[in-house]
Write a protein that binds this ligand. Structure first.
Ligand code: I3P
Length: 124
């Protein structure tokens, strides 16, 4: 995590309820490894922290994954996982993230909020 990656924008949504698996890093296939993250959405970034404490610490050098949402795509997928309520985010650099929650309302809430953030940060 770089100092410049730390969120500067107001938080839109946060919570420890999304499973994430990064399946591609800039086009390079990754081994799927579902992990529960403390997830934070700002108007143009999605940040995955190990837990809530890590978010408050905001240490540069910590293993936080930062997804830049400008120019990203989001879509529901039933093909890339045997799990339910899975959607994929593809970044403008070609990284692919699967997000999942067992609760459909939770998955819908995140999908809608991320889609809105993508739309507004892509226009800007
Ligand atoms: C993977 C693991 C994932 C599963 C994936 C498996 O095995 O079981 O949970 O994805 O299926 O390959 P491993 O831990 O040995 O890497 P889902 O839970 O999303 O189905 P996949 O290869 O069909 O993506």
């Amino acid at each position: 995590l770089q100092e410049s990656d730390l969120p500067q924008k107001p938080v839109e949504l946060k919570g420890e309820n999304m499973n994430m698996a990064k399946i591609s890093d800039s086009g390079k296939k990754q081994r799927k490894n579902w992990t529960l993250f403390w997830t934070v959405l700002t108007s143009d970034q999605l940040l995955f922290y190990k837990d809530k404490q890590q978010e408050s610490a905001q240490k540069a050098g910590s293993k936080t994954d930062v997804v830049q949402l400008g120019g990203a795509l989001i879509e529901w997928t039933t093909e890339k996982s045997s799990r339910k309520n899975v959607f994929q985010i593809t970044t403008h650099t070609g990284s692919e993230y699967l997000l999942q929650a067992d609760s459909q309302p939770t998955a819908n809430k995140w999908y809608d909020a991320i889609r809105t953030a993508i739309a507004s940060s892509t226009k800007a």
